[in-house]
Design a protein around this ligand. Structure first.
Ligand SMILES: *[C@@H]1O[C@H](CO)[C@@H](O)[C@H](O)[C@H]1NC(C)=O
Ligand SMILES: *[C@@H]1O[C@H](CO)[C@@H](O)[C@H](O)[C@H]1NC(C)=O
Ligand SMILES: *[C@@H]1O[C@H](CO)[C@@H](O)[C@H](O)[C@H]1NC(C)=O
Ligand SMILES: *[C@@H]1O[C@H](CO)[C@@H](O)[C@H](O)[C@H]1NC(C)=O
Ligand SMILES: *[C@@H]1O[C@H](CO)[C@@H](O)[C@H](O)[C@H]1NC(C)=O
Ligand SMILES: *[C@@H]1O[C@H](CO)[C@@H](O)[C@H](O)[C@H]1NC(C)=O
Length: 427
């Protein structure tokens, strides 16, 4: 192989230890289907499995076609019991028949790993739904146990509307009402607390850089002495602070939805392809870095980007454009994972060829946007490249030393490695 090609092979993990974490980090997508032009589920499953590094999806129903499509792919699937469907499941027999109808026919061939009961219920004002939520979660958990299934967790995603209105720093985060019961359930069943943080919804004109992980003045939390460099950390720490106040900071946190629209109405604040690339690209890097947040150092969060596709039947233009992919499976943009991986669209296993342009669907969430602070490393938002180059992914067990040896070999063989070194050219 000629040296130039070899160089490409090694480009993307060069000098950046976070990069090979790519292979193990848990990044998923929300596979929403409010559209009339999406490919059939079987094509989607094959695409995700063979062409991307995405190893988990969350769906907003229990569509049997989708569940069948993901059989034998190993891709983890979170299913959802619709808001209108879960109240009756508060009774055990109903929960058992729901499990018999919606889980048993597909599991374990389809790797269903979690049931989301409703979506963003507790921040609604629907007293009936709220009253039935925890009982339905408990009944479903019992129904699974009775079916001898212990590997499927039962949880429910929350918008940040669960936090009391708060314009203060993350340490001031607290729940609106008694969340200790639901957190106690999570502790007992070893299931995670699911949150949908959307810095996009916490945006103001002067926090765009802070919300999109670009360099910014940051936010100082004078109660903890912590400096926040991005709004995502601030939102997560506000949730963490609220959990801590009710004594349940040990419960796992999963980011069930987060994202940024790549297109919208002309004057809509913060909506652009560049901002979507910056937010999602930096978010993935950040989550995968294993750095955690100021109040949760070194913690990683399973994270589901919203959304897999642009969804053309969503009500507003921006809601239609949250997708990473267009219905024809072309990427809307590259999500850049490593400084040097502008050559490598993060989600693709071995080939680039992304195109630009607006695309995909969304869900609505409200979020309070606690401020956060500090300069952040800029990861350049990249318009998609269209070079169609190929490269390889290191083996999961490859050591840093081995990688470096290979890189050193390539770089000592007459190839110009400057662009991939610190301070080098950002392609
Ligand atoms: C669950 O496992 C127990 C013990 O192995 C067994 O007696 C029972 O029949 C199983 N129940 C179901 C629904 O498979
Ligand atoms: C932190 O700052 C707020 C206003 O920004 C102030 O009201 C509060 O007293 C300060 N707390 C401490 C511990 O300094
Ligand atoms: C946060 O920033 C302030 C002001 O820049 C600085 O004095 C302080 O040491 C920083 N705190 C941490 C924990 O980095
Ligand atoms: C986080 O990881 C770093 C690097 O491994 C380590 O130095 C630090 O002590 C860890 N912090 C905590 C709170 O575990
Ligand atoms: C690499 O991409 C080519 C063309 O898209 C595809 O045929 C091949 O199966 C891929 N290989 C892997 C290992 O994903
Ligand atoms: C890495 O795993 C492969 C099999 O996937 C094995 O052949 C190879 O010896 C392993 N290398 C190391 C350094 O463990």
């Amino acid at each position: 192989m000629e040296p130039k090609k070899l160089l490409l092979l090694f480009l993307f993990f060069l000098f950046h230890s976070a990069c090979h974490v790519i292979l193990t980090a848990a990044i998923g997508v929300n596979y929403g289907t409010v559209a009339d032009n999406l490919p059939p589920p079987s094509q989607v499953a094959t695409f995700l499995k063979t062409k991307t590094t995405i190893d988990r999806v969350k769906i907003f129903d229990t569509n049997p076609d989708v569940l069948r499509a993901f059989a034998n792919t190993g891709i983890a699937v979170t299913v959802t019991v619709g808001n209108g469907d879960f109240p009756p499941l508060a009774k055990l027999p109903a929960a058992q028949s729901w499990v018999a109808d919606n889980i048993l026919p597909f599991y374990p061939r389809t790797n269903i790993n979690r049931i989301a009961v409703g979506n963003e219920i507790l921040a609604t004002s629907d007293k009936d739904l709220i009253a039935h939520l925890l009982p339905a979660m408990k009944a479903l958990h019992s129904a699974l146990n009775l079916a001898n299934i212990t590997a499927i967790q039962v949880s429910t995603p929350h918008s940040l509307g669960i936090l009391a209105p708060n314009t203060g720093p993350p340490s001031q985060g607290q729940f609106r009402t008694g969340y200790d019961k639901i957190l106690e359930y999570h502790r007992q069943t070893k299931s995670p607390f699911l949150v949908n943080p959307y810095p996009f919804f916490g945006l103001s004109p002067d926090t765009l850089n802070y919300a999109t992980f670009r360099p910014n003045g940051g936010v100082f939390d004078n109660a903890t002495g912590m400096n926040y460099t991005n709004m995502f950390d601030a939102q997560m720490d506000a949730v963490f602070s609220a959990m801590k106040k009710v004594g349940h900071e040990d419960v796992d946190l999963v980011v069930a939805e987060t994202g940024w629209p790549s297109a919208g109405d002309p004057n809509q604040l913060g909506v652009s392809l560049e901002n979507a690339v910056s937010y999602n690209g930096n978010l993935i890097r950040h989550v995968r870095s294993g750095k955690g947040t100021p109040l949760m150092p070194n913690r990683t969060f399973e994270t589901y980007i919203f959304a897999l596709f642009n969804e053309n039947l969503k009500p507003t233009l921006s809601e239609q454009n949250y997708g990473l992919f267009k219905p024809d499976l072309d990427p809307v943009y590259d999500v850049v994972l490593c400084v040097s991986d502008t050559l490598r669209p993060s989600f693709f296993k071995n080939e680039s060829g992304p195109t630009s342009g607006p695309a995909s669907g969304s869900s609505a969430s409200t979020a309070t946007g606690p401020a956060a602070m500090g300069p952040t490393r800029d990861v350049v938002a990249q318009p998609p490249s269209s070079t169609g180059k190929r490269w390889c992914v290191p083996k999961p067990n490859a050591t840093e030393a081995t990688l470096q040896k290979n890189i050193d070999y390539v770089c000592s063989s007459g190839v110009d490695c400057k662009p991939i070194q610190n301070g080098g050219l950002h392609l």
